[in-house]
Write a protein that binds this ligand. Structure first.
Ligand code: NAP
Length: 311
């Protein structure tokens, strides 16, 4: 099993492959999410050495946190784990209400602690920016909760670079979560320089491009599920994406692994990335993704992958 690494400037130690838990109890996102399978896959992750679990209120409107809380309690391994969750918008019939006021962040953090059955959260993210709260005041409230021991690291997600800079006025932000994968590499220009300059660890979401980067999609694979509305699974875009993914098959075969493992290992060669959090619907996918830790890419393979997905 690979060694743990320090997460950015925090004092958290993580196995470089974690678990993205938006499908655990996430029936509001995926429809088919089976709760027992969700618990099984969290158990499989913990039993096999994964220690970072990434969840949010938004995943099942608290249900993901509750299921993770149950499993963590059963395992008795709370202190080995790095649990990340997010204060998310409230969902109403008329849409989402974003609120990052200090009072709301504190109330929601208390609710997260209850759902997770714990007395501290390793990484507390603000899931999305709101319109009215000065960004540094929202982060300031997280800093107060950090000083009180309720949270151990401060995260932001889905903030624009300008919003992030405002939020990090006092230098309190530890980690940032944003979309990044071989198909959408815009974060390299938009966020990575700021991450480097401020010692913030970048945690990519959609690392497998919702499964496209596993190599299980071929040009003629019908895409009729939750992915059908996603532009990268549509028309010419889709064909071009599959063609590029196919070019990874040789590198993966040469190492006796699958494309997903090469892709995840490639992210871990980026200087601002310490950990990846691929999502999983089943326990076997969790175990499979751990094989990324077996992959050592040479400089020329790293450059070749960069070239294939350059534009
Ligand atoms: P992802 O990691 O790109 O894709 C995960 C999906 O790929 C799985 O649900 C599964 O879907 C498929 N898959 C995973 N491992 C596989 C394997 N070994 N073989 C074949 N298929 C496999 O996308 P994601 O789960 O949406 O994103 C990762 C995590 O990032 C989430 O779980 C969540 O924690 C976080 N996230 C955060 C935000 C944010 O706003 N901060 C947004 C999105 C996600 P199928 O079985 O359906 O193919």
């Amino acid at each position: 099993m690979a060694n743990k690494v320090r997460l950015g400037k925090t004092d958290l130690q993580v196995l470089p492959v974690g678990l993205g838990a938006n499908a655990v109890g996430g029936a509001n996102i995926f429809g088919e999410a089976d709760e027992e399978e969700g618990k099984r896959l969290v158990r499989a992750a913990i039993d096999n050495g994964i220690n970072m679990l990434d969840t949010a209120y938004l995943y099942g409107l608290g249900r993901s946190e509750e299921l993770i809380g149950e499993v963590v309690k059963e395992t008795g391994r709370r202190n080995d784990l790095v649990i990340a969750t997010k204060v998310s918008p409230i969902i109403t019939e008329n849409g989402r209400i974003y609120n990052n006021s200090p009072a709301f962040l504190r109330e929601e953090t208390e609710k997260c602690l209850k759902r997770l059955q714990t007395d501290y959260i390793d990484i507390m993210y603000i899931h999305f920016p709101d319109e009215s709260t000065p960004k540094y005041e929202a982060v300031g409230e997280l800093k107060r909760m950090k000083d009180e021991g309720k949270i151990r690291a401060i995260g932001l997600s889905n903030f624009t670079p300008e919003q992030l800079a405002e939020a990090n006025r006092d230098g309190y932000v530890d980690v940032f979560q944003g979309e990044y994968n071989l198909i959408n590499r815009s974060a390299e220009q938009r966020y990575f320089p700021y991450m480097r300059e401020h010692g913030i660890s970048f945690i990519p979401y959609f690392p497998l491009a919702s499964g496209l980067l596993t190599g299980k999609f071929r040009k003629d694979t019908p895409v009729a599920d939750y992915r059908a509305k996603d532009p990268k699974f549509q028309g010419e875009n889709y064909i071009r994406n599959v063609e590029r993914v196919e070019q990874l098959r040789g590198i993966a075969a040469g190492k006796g692994v699958e494309i997903a493992h090469v892709v995840l290992a490639w992210y871990l060669t980026r200087d601002v990335i310490d950990v990846v959090i691929p999502g999983a619907k089943r326990a076997d996918q969790v175990l499979d993704n751990l094989r990324a830790l077996e992959v050592n890419l040479t400089e020329s393979e790293i450059a070749e992958i960069d070239r294939i997905f350059k534009d």
